[in-house]
Design a protein around this ligand. Structure first.
Ligand SMILES: NC(=O)c1ccc[n+]([C@@H]2O[C@H](COP(=O)([O-])OP(=O)(O)OC[C@H]3O[C@@H](n4cnc5c(N)ncnc54)[C@H](OP(=O)(O)O)[C@@H]3O)[C@@H](O)[C@H]2O)c1
Length: 431
């Protein structure tokens, strides 16, 4: 059986998982592909650092050229993360005619076009299943299994850190800052958590998924992003009272070629399947015109779960090598679609505000909603201080733009002291 040499860039959480899983599956991979994968060289920064996986010291290197310039290496797996030097290494590997597998969502979201173009030019493949959703197959189903559909909606929980924080806030009643600190102590959140809690990580993943699902190019700046920093324990408690939980949802919609791309905290009714996606789990709904609704669910991160996707990509590369093909699945791009954020789909909304505590105020607020054609489904009123009353309103379904007009009128009203939160509320049923 012929060996195929593989170079691994990085040996951290994902890289160590890849070595471990590749070792466990070598025989199966050989039987399936007729080729035996051998990780010959592993690039790291620190040769002395203890590793999560046993590894002969002589396979480790600090010199990228030991992989990039080794002609015997046919496949390069990148698990370094970040933009540079990962981008330079990947481009060099592609130019040298090596297939590339990466778990790097930041890089694919920002430089995917450049990398895919370089691969096409060099007649090699780039696979990145692990970049979104860890173990959950998302890229390949969108690129292959669902191509007979027009996909109209993708919607999901794609960031484990924020999902962990919101799950903890729900179960403990603690405030955001307290749970964030706990998540950092447990290693679930970075010391600089902004990429996760401000929604950027979810936006990058949405940009990758939307560009494939909707056959267009999506720039990160096209995604409207609200993170979870402003979600308070009060909102979590009101959501509970309303029979819902708060989740950070990434939403992509294609309405006749116009796109809406948003990352927003959203109230999910407890009977909805997404309400049960807790902690480090991820989930994605996909709606195709022929398939109907699909849900993908599983571990969104972790060493072996992520390696599961990376090694499956390596097997795909080996299959292609075994029959001497590349570029089997070309670009998914079929033309540029405008991102208008003009979603007219009616949605219920949760609004929490403080209002002056005097007679007639509620009638004024109701009047503003009535004038804007927004009807109220549920109203909760709680006295919170001498100065004002906490009012929570859930509207009936209304297009977001109509709601926005009503919110602007509320902001101008002297009766409204402050609007604390505005969040969409999902329907009971999925997607
Ligand atoms: N962790 C997850 O669950 C997960 C899930 C999905 C996708 N991903 C993605 O997978 C990638 C890797 O994540 P990770 O969690 O495995 O990261 P990690 O644990 O920080 O590991 C990074 C590895 O890259 C090496 N490295 C970093 N900079 C380098 C440089 N300039 N030159 C050479 N080696 C360098 C490090 O070497 P040293 O060990 O010597 O420091 C380390 O081995 C990222 O793109 C991440 O977004 C991760």
């Amino acid at each position: 059986m012929m060996n195929v040499n593989i170079g691994l860039l990085g040996c951290g959480t994902v890289g160590a998982g890849v070595i471990e899983l590749m070792r466990r599956r070598t025989h199966k991979i050989s039987d399936l592909t007729g080729l035996t994968p051998v990780i010959t060289t592993v690039l790291v920064r620190d040769l002395e650092k203890p590793r999560e996986v046993s590894l002969e010291q002589e396979r480790l290197t600090k010199r990228p050229q030991d992989i990039l310039e080794d002609e015997s290496i046919r496949i390069v797996i990148e698990t370094i993360g970040g933009i540079e030097p990962a981008r330079t290494f990947i481009l060099a590997a592609l130019q040298a005619g090596k297939h590339v597998i990466t778990a790097n969502k930041d890089l694919i979201a920002l430089h995917g076009v450049e990398i895919l173009d370089a691969a096409a030019k060099a007649q090699v493949d780039v696979f990145y299943e692990a970049a979104v959703g860890g173990a959950i197959p998302l890229i390949r189903p969108l690129k292959e299994s669902l191509t007979a559909n027009d996909i109209t909606d993708i919607k999901g929980i794609v960031n484990g850190t924020t999902n962990f924080i919101l799950s903890k806030m729900t179960t403990t009643g603690a405030d955001f800052e307290e749970v964030l600190k706990e998540a950092q102590d447990l290693g679930y959140a970075e010391s600089d958590p902004s990429s996760d809690v401000d929604g950027l990580d979810a936006a990058r993943k949405l940009a990758i998924l939307a560009s494939i699902a909707f056959h267009t190019r999506v720039h990160l700046s096209d995604v409207q992003v609200d993170g979870i920093r402003n979600i308070s324990a009060v909102d979590v408690a009101y959501a509970h009272e309303l029979g819902a939980v708060i989740k950070l949802l990434a939403i992509g919609a294609d309405r006749d070629g116009e796109l809406t791309l948003r990352v927003r905290p959203t109230l999910i009714p407890k009977g909805h399947p997404l309400a049960h996606v807790s902690d480090a789990y991820n989930a994605l709904f996909v709606r195709g015109d022929a398939s109907g609704d699909l849900m993908f669910f599983g571990r969104g991160a972790g060493s072996l779960p992520t390696a599961s996707s990376v090694v499956a990509d390596a097997i795909e590369a080996l299959r292609n090598i075994s029959i001497s093909i590349s570029g089997r699945i070309g670009s998914m791009y079929l033309g540029q679609k405008p991102v208008t954020q003009n979603l007219q789909d009616p949605v219920r909304h949760y609004i929490r505000l403080s209002a002056a505590d005097r007679p007639g105020v509620f009638a004024q607020i109701a009047g503003i909603f009535g004038d804007a054609s927004v009807s109220m489904e549920t109203v909760l009123q709680k006295r919170t201080s001498e100065r004002g009353a906490d009012i929570v309103i859930v509207t009936h379904e209304v297009p977001t733009q109509v709601l926005d007009a009503a919110i602007n009128r509320l902001r101008e009203s002297p009766s409204v002291l402050s609007i604390h939160s505005v969040m969409p509320v999902e329907r009971e049923e999925q997607a």
